[in-house]
Design a protein around this ligand. Structure first.
Ligand code: G
Ligand code: MN
Length: 428
């Protein structure tokens, strides 16, 4: 079996041997971060473990195997892989206990359930994982072919790589990053599925760290103070407005979406910021703020005033991760959201899983009856994309269509003629 101590350079208790001599707090925090291109296989059947380990290692990833939950958690204390293959019944426990343990540890990697049991039990376990906020991939039934395992490993592990995460697991001080001007705005296209062209962009914060490369929000938001998050939001809004001009110069006038918390909405002087810095172009479409559904449910009363004010400045509102937060229709009726972003957990697998498909379909119809548009996020396969198109979903966003990219890549991307033909040849 794989030797974790060797893998991590031996110095496990202080966060592995790969860190430059930095602040202790940062080194310790690295242990909880995801290691790119790595995977654990948890199954009590040695033969199954062998098949999966061989398939995963064939992709060039590192892979360790365990038969029990106890062993898994011992290993996780030292090393957190970006993907876990998880069987339903284990030597000492079961998948639900593992899922609870992973949720407690706030595991941020992907979990691939593998099972020889019936579909109903597997999808119930899958749902428990989703409810705990874990990144559950569509379950895989045994016997699983080497080809499929390899495809899953390649898709999941490359995903982490491809976003250029210089050092997954590095905890960055956002305050320092803002002061040093390391925070960049990256953009991910939102594609109009029916007309097949660019419908907008989502602005995503990335820290470009001189030692660690590109660092994702999961690594720099956890320890950020409220005031720091407000400064980040201000920076994102300002940059998105400033960077709109070069997009306009090459013939695009996209509406840019910005993720925002209720605290920022209420406490950052956004109306003034937009009034003072918005592009003076008649074609500027304003911005769209994405609020997560759980915040909408809890705090809709708190945002009514400021949201109504911001509409004067061409701000529209979107409910992010819709479907994951159990909104009541009463709540939704209280405010004129113009967009609903379908949670990735329903989008992924909507072409194969009838329940996911039913949820997507209902949300699309519901949003349309509210006069709002729907964006499917985390579109990763051509099959899911085609299904969403057939369901009349308005927009798609996800790795299949385009990864988030910095401004210097966005401009050539938008102007390249190959893009629409290659990626949008579905449903014709
Ligand atoms: O929090 P919010 O959902 O707004 O942030 C979107 C995040 O999801 C970004 O960090 C982005 O990199 C990531 N993302 C974008 N497209 C996909 C995708 O197709 N699949 C998955 N799993 N994540 C994605
Ligand atoms: Mn978002």
């Amino acid at each position: 079996m794989f030797n974790v101590a060797k893998w991590t350079g031996g110095a496990l208790s202080e966060g592995g041997g790969y860190a430059a001599p930095m602040a202790r707090r940062q080194m310790r925090a690295k242990v909880s971060g995801l290691r790119p291109n790595s995977c654990f296989v948890v199954d009590d059947d040695q033969a199954v473990r062998r098949v999966i380990v061989n398939a995963v290692e064939g992709t060039g990833a590192v892979c360790a195997e365990v038969a029990s939950a106890g062993e898994l958690f011992k290993m996780l204390a030292a090393f957190v892989p970006s993907l876990i293959f998880l069987d339903i019944s284990l030597e000492d426990s079961d998948a639900i206990e593992v899922i609870r343990g992973l949720a407690t540890r706030k595991y941020g990697g992907a979990i691939q359930l593998i099972s020889g049991r019936g579909e109903r039990i597997v999808s119930s376990i899958h749902a428990v994982g989703v409810r705990h906020g874990l990144n559950m991939l569509p379950p895989l039934m045994k016997p699983c072919s080497i080809k499929i395992v390899r495809e899953i490993a390649t898709a999941q592990l490359k995903k982490v790589d491809k976003e250029n995460i210089g050092a997954a697991g590095v905890v960055i001080d956002l305050d320092v990053a803002l002061q040093k001007n390391w925070v960049e705005v990256w953009y991910q296209p939102k594609i109009d599925l029916q007309r097949k062209h660019l419908a907008g962009l989502e602005a995503l914060a990335r820290v470009k760290h001189p030692d660690y490369g590109i660092v994702l929000p999961s690594e720099f938001l956890v320890h950020a103070t409220r005031s720091c998050l407000r400064r980040l939001t201000e920076h994102m809004i300002l940059s998105a407005m400033q960077q709109w001009r070069p997009m306009k110069q090459i013939g695009f006038a996209p509406k840019v979406a910005i993720n925002i918390s209720v605290d920022c909405l209420v406490n950052v002087p956004i109306a003034k910021l937009i009034r003072d810095h918005r592009p003076t172009d008649v074609n500027w479409p304003g911005v769209i703020f994405e609020l997560t559904e759980d915040q909408v449910i809890r705090e809709i009363d708190a945002i009514q005033d400021v949201a109504a004010q911001l509409m004067i400045y061409d701000v529209a509102f979107s409910v992010d991760d819709f479907g994951a937060g159990y909104s009541s229709f009463q709540r939704l009726k209280q405010f004129a959201f113009t967009e609903f972003k379908l949670a990735g957990s329903f989008v992924q697998g909507c072409s194969t899983n009838e329940q996911n498909a039913a949820i997507c379909r209902s949300i699309i119809d519901l949003a349309h009856s509210f006069g709002a548009t729907v964006v499917a996020k985390c579109v990763e396969t051509p099959e899911d994309l085609l299904e969403l198109y057939k369901m009349n979903c308005d927009m798609g966003q996800g790795y299949l269509l385009s990864r988030p990219m910095p401004m210097n890549e966005l401009v050539p991307f938008l102007t390249s003629k190959a893009y629409p033909q290659r990626k949008l040849a579905f449903g014709d």
